[in-house]
Design a protein around this ligand. Structure first.
Ligand SMILES: NC(=O)c1ccc[n+]([C@@H]2O[C@H](COP(=O)([O-])OP(=O)(O)OC[C@H]3O[C@@H](n4cnc5c(N)ncnc54)[C@H](O)[C@@H]3O)[C@@H](O)[C@H]2O)c1
Length: 434
């Protein structure tokens, strides 16, 4: 099949490369000429494990190409995916759909025959209806289908998630569009990935419901962690104790500094807004949003408490800046709020992240960057683990203690056992461990 992917960010690029790997002919389009130039030179604009090799192989096989020119890619394509950003709109927090609608208008001008226009971006209920309206208004002559195909991949494990998904959700309003989408995913269907065909609005809402549920699970265990600290219980053991119950499941029960990233914060907020618009507020999700917002800054207070109540003039070393490991994505990362809170309290910040420092630099002021974890800890009054990169899982605690000004370890991901850290002479503060 010929496929055009509009938007070559985390989702568009990974989806485009994987669809090419299934044997389709894919052109990934982006408005950003630097991004396309980098891709055409074989450089990845994002860090995602395995992506460079996958892209290189499919470019070599002539199944994958990159361009800023939407028109020739869309003309003759059987499926045109919209994978542009849908960030929170400034002011009201609703999803900003201007990129989606702009893409739809450009696609309308470029289509030459029957095609299915597919929103892969996370979009509020009813966006597919509006995309269809835009297409039909611009080109009343056009024979076109509009489908919703939300993406569930996780950054850092995106290729595996796309190729071996738990499920594929396709929202289509007619059999012809559904048949095209079935053909797109036929290689996965052969691998028995369940495909759910639903109405378009159902597919759109499924994505928000999934993210809101996962964000709720994280927030639940974070609040239980706070309670654990007060009552002398251990949240990791509580999480295991409940997670082994199949009805609950063990995933997304790791207490930490609050969720961040490019999806959960904006998607929970957009769902809250949609539900309010329809006069059926989702009060659980409203609370999750509020609790999580407050939690990120509370982590700065936790560090201050671990430092004896003040960080003024102290050097605080942060390990990990990205919102999770194996990505360079800094969008809504908890580190941003934690650093702001510590700087407000007078701390000097030094940070190290294996992949995220380039993305972090424009977002942070007054931060020194180190070359590795040990250089980061040198002379520090406290070491804070913010993101659980593998590189931080087996640090030499004796070496760290010897080089730090004060042996304070604040482990916001519970990577280390408190007994182990204390044995090495650290004052240890984890999450939900008394
Ligand atoms: N990042 C994730 O892990 C993830 C997972 C599932 C779903 N999603 C959803 O997928 C969508 C895309 O997310 P992302 O993280 O890939 O965003 P991104 O910001 O990394 O990429 C979007 C790209 O679209 C390009 N673009 C915008 N308008 C364009 C246009 N008219 N023509 C061509 N290119 C255009 C931008 O230049 C940018 O490169 C969002 O709705 C997001 O919520 C993201």
């Amino acid at each position: 099949m010929r496929i055009a992917m509009i938007g070559s960010g985390y989702v568009g690029l990974v989806s485009g490369a994987c669809l090419a790997d299934f044997g389709h002919e894919v052109v990934c389009i982006d408005k950003d000429p630097d991004k396309i130039a980098a891709l055409n030179e074989g450089r990845m604009p994002i860090y995602e494990p395995g992506l460079d090799a996958l892209v290189a192989e499919n470019v070599r096989q002539k199944r994958l190409a990159f361009s800023t020119d939407l028109k020739p890619a869309v003309a003759g394509a059987q499926a045109v995916f919209i994978a542009v950003g849908t960030p929170s709109r400034r002011g009201d927090g609703f999803a900003d759909l201007s990129y989606v609608y702009a893409a739809a208008r450009e696609i309308a001008e470029a289509l030459t025959g029957y095609a299915v226009v597919v929103t892969k971006s996370t979009v509020p209920v009813g966006t597919g209806d509006e995309v269809e309206r835009i297409l039909r208004e611009a080109r009343p002559d056009l024979d076109v289908g509009v489908a919703s195909n939300p993406e569930f991949l996780r950054e850092g494990a995106a290729i595996g998630d796309f190729k071996r998904p738990d499920r594929i959700v396709i929202g289509a309003e007619d059999a012809r569009a559904a048949a095209v989408m079935q053909e797109v995913y036929r290689p996965l269907y052969l691998n028995q990935a369940p495909i759910l065909f639903t109405g378009r609005r159902t597919a759109e809402l499924t994505k928000y419901a999934a993210n809101a549920f996962l964000a709720t699970k994280i927030t639940f265990i974070n609040e239980i962690a706070d309670l654990c600290e007060q009552v002398g219980a251990n949240v990791q053991e509580v999480a295991r104790g409940i997670g082994l119950d199949n009805r609950i499941g063990a995933k997304f029960l790791h207490a930490g500094p609050g969720y961040g990233g490019s999806c959960f914060p904006k998607d929970t907020l957009a769902l809250v807004k949609t539900a309010q618009d329809y006069c059926t507020p989702v009060r659980i999700v409203e609370t999750v949003v509020a609790v999580n917002d407050q939690r990120k800054r509370a982590m700065a207070r936790k560090v201050i408490a671990a430092c004896g109540g003040s960080v003024r003039g102290k050097r605080v070393a942060l390990l990990g800046l990205t919102f999770k490991p194996n990505t360079d994505d800094m969008r809504d990362a908890p580190s941003l709020s934690i650093i702001a809170g510590l700087q407000d309290a007078g701390a000097r910040i030094v940070a190290y992240d294996p992949e995220g420092m380039e993305q972090a630099r424009p977002l942070l002021q007054g931060v020194d960057y180190a070359e590795d974890a040990y250089a980061c800890a040198e002379g520090a009054d406290a070491l804070v683990i913010v993101t659980e990169w593998n590189a931080f899982r087996a640090l030499d605690l004796a070496r760290l203690k010897a080089m730090m000004a004060a042996p304070v370890l604040v482990d916001l991901r519970n990577v280390y056992a408190s007994a182990d850290a204390e044995q090495h002479g650290f004052a240890y503060a984890g999450i939900g461990v008394a």
